[in-house]
Design a protein around this ligand. Structure first.
Ligand code: PLP
Length: 470
């Protein structure tokens, strides 16, 4: 390939056609040929070893590659909480790829770092927390919030829980993890919460299940007693983790009463809002996170409900110092006295080299603006609710719980959900996931964009019925 302009000009019409046909559903949503067959069809090994791909070959390659991608823009793509990228986000990914400014230290990407700094402050304000001062104006105080972008919600939960550990057991970094720490989470919490606890040196015994109601949502009234019992046992509560919303069924824990109790008891509250963070942008949907300002940390994935290409998670803290002290390490070539006109994020992240993730979110916002993003989100939430109401009217479909987000669990009565999903994937027009909710496996759909309509859901139901009871 001779230069970027020629290469892009060569493939742009192809990409535009892909987008158009994906949106209309002409390409289906998913196709899963065997990996070996695919690798051979794409001549992957040959290209790796020989190089030399020119523009026409690039076009031919994409001709084979694009049909074998999963079409996230398709009406029938309903499987996972991964968005169809906005035009702005796509441009952000392109610019980031081209300039390659891994800006964890300011000198490696001042413009991208400046964008991340402002984005983080904007998100902190949406949480009801104080933004950080401009780096050279004054030092952050106990009221200043802080944040950083990480490569995904899993790493985000790990980072926030590390900050919680720093709060409760500041010497753990130096001396190892005490065995009296305990994290309270629900069975509905994303698996990355338990995984983070493992990575932070807490054993499974140190994760306690929070009391929940029949929907799996935290019962705040049980929390004071649970905290008191654990303290009587001589245990220290590192964090309570609440969901906004849960991954399986998209349900929100009641943050205000949980937050009030945590404040009263001096317990760190972490809110996993990887999925629901974007609800803060909508005047009505933000009520689902009412009380968030009482929490100590939260994560918010832009690559889920903000049309931003992956990965772009904000880890946000009410008080900067716990994030700033979380990773206490020396690396003499990076952390040293220097003229500092900007801000280094390095001391807040697991990653050393870090992509310019802020660009993808920034250009998405710069293109659409928060209001239009929020309206798109509201469309998906509303459609999931309409789908629920429609399924509930059908004799042969059933939903275990009314949705609060754009995630819906349902069943075709008498069918095996895994077999239904496999058969649909085989056909290709609809891509669903399945999940365990309240001890039972369900079909699960996530409405991600406006290309999906109620008619799509009716067509999906018709296909499921036509499959019989696989
Ligand atoms: C509630 C919640 N937290 C965390 C994650 C993990 O995010 P990521 O996939 O970006 O690592 C997910 C992903 O689905 C999630 O739903």
């Amino acid at each position: 390939m001779k230069n970027v302009q020629q290469a892009i000009e060569q493939i742009l019409p192809q990409l535009q056609t892909y987008l158009h046909e994906s949106r209309g559903g002409a390409l289906g949503a998913v196709a899963l040929p065997p990996l070996r067959e695919l690798a051979e069809r794409l001549s992957v090994r040959q290209w790796i070893e020989q190089g030399g791909m020119d523009e026409p070959q690039l076009r031919d390659f994409l001709q084979a590659f694009l049909p074998a991608s999963t079409k996230l823009h398709a009406p029938g793509f309903l499987a996972h909480q991964t968005c169809a990228s906005s035009t702005g986000g796509t441009i952000g990914a392109l610019v980031d790829g081209l300039i390659n400014n891994p800006m964890n230290i300011y000198e490696m990407g001042p413009a991208t770092a400046a964008i991340e700094y402002v984005l983080i402050n904007w998100m902190l304000e949406h949480c009801g927390w104080q933004p950080a001062p401009w780096p050279r104006d004054r030092r952050p105080d106990d009221h200043s919030g802080a944040g950083v972008l990480t490569h995904g919600g899993s790493l985000g939960n790990l980072t926030a829980l590390l900050a919680a550990r720093t709060h409760e057991a500041p010497d753990a970094w130096e001396n190892g993890v005490p065995d009296d720490l305990v994290v309270l989470a629900t069975p509905q919490s994303h698996y990355s919460v338990a995984r983070s606890c493992g990575l932070l040196g807490l054993g499974r015994r140190q994760i306690e299940a929070l009391a929940v109601d029949e929907r799996g949502v935290i019962r705040p009234e049980a929390l004071p007693q649970q905290i008191a019992r654990l303290r009587e046992q001589g245990r220290r509560i590192m964090a309570v983790v609440a969901n906004a919303c849960s991954t399986a069924a998209g349900l929100f824990d009641p943050l205000r009463p949980i937050g009030e109790i945590c404040r009263e008891q001096g317990v760190w509250l972490h809110v996993d809002a990887a999925h629901g963070g974007a609800f803060l942008l909508h005047p009505e949907l933000r009520q689902r996170l009412d009380g968030l300002e009482l929490a100590d940390s939260m994560i918010w994935d832009a690559h889920k409900m903000m049309q931003t290409p992956p990965l772009c998670t904000a880890v946000l803290l009410r008080q900067a110092r716990y994030l700033d002290q979380a990773f206490e390490q020396e690396a003499s070539y990076l952390f040293h006295e220097k003229r500092q006109p900007g801000f280094d994020f390095m001391h807040r992240t697991v990653e050393c080299t870090r992509a310019g993730q802020a660009l993808k979110l920034f250009f998405t916002l710069a293109e659409k603006g928060p209001r239009a993003l929020a309206e798109d989100l509201a469309y998906t939430v509303d459609l999931a609710h309409q789908a629920w109401a429609w399924f509930e009217q059908q004799a042969d479909f059933h939903c275990p719980v009314e949705p609060e987000a754009n995630i819906l669990c349902f069943e075709h009565v008498g069918s095996d959900p895994i077999a239904v999903r496999d058969a649909l994937i085989e056909e290709g027009a609809f891509h669903l996931s399945t999940t365990i909710y309240q001890g039972k496996r369900w079909l699960r759909l996530v409405v991600m964009h406006r290309n999906t309509t109620l008619e799509t859901i009716r067509q999906l139901a018709a296909r499921i019925r036509a499959l019989g009871s696989p």
